[in-house]
Design a protein. Structure first.
Length: 97
């Protein structure tokens, strides 16, 4: 397939890439409270900015969206407050700022 010849196919590929396998990008479940999901456009911006890698160690496996300032401490789901961390780095960070 060629994105230039088939815009519908290209849109599907982009949409799929932005959604990413849910087993690979797990929302941060610290605290266990149900909350609104991070908006898709915010996820896409953070993913692009961070290059699809953990900002601490550079890993590309078991990635999670992490709040720099935790929601429990007043942080927001915004591009400025989110980063990509691998599960290991995110667990090491816990809810520290």
């Amino acid at each position: 397939h060629s994105a230039g010849r088939n815009p519908e196919w290209a849109a599907t590929v982009i949409d799929t890439a932005l959604r990413v396998d849910r087993r690979m990008l797990l929302p941060n479940r610290a605290g266990g409270n149900a909350r609104a999901p991070i908006p898709q456009h915010v996820k896409a911006e953070v993913w692009q900015r961070d290059g699809g890698r953990c900002v601490d160690c550079g890993s590309t496996e078991y990635l999670e969206y992490d709040s720099i300032i935790p929601k429990s401490k007043g942080g927001a789901d915004s591009e400025r407050n989110l980063q990509i961390l691998c599960r290991r780095c995110n667990l090491a960070k816990s809810d520290r700022i």
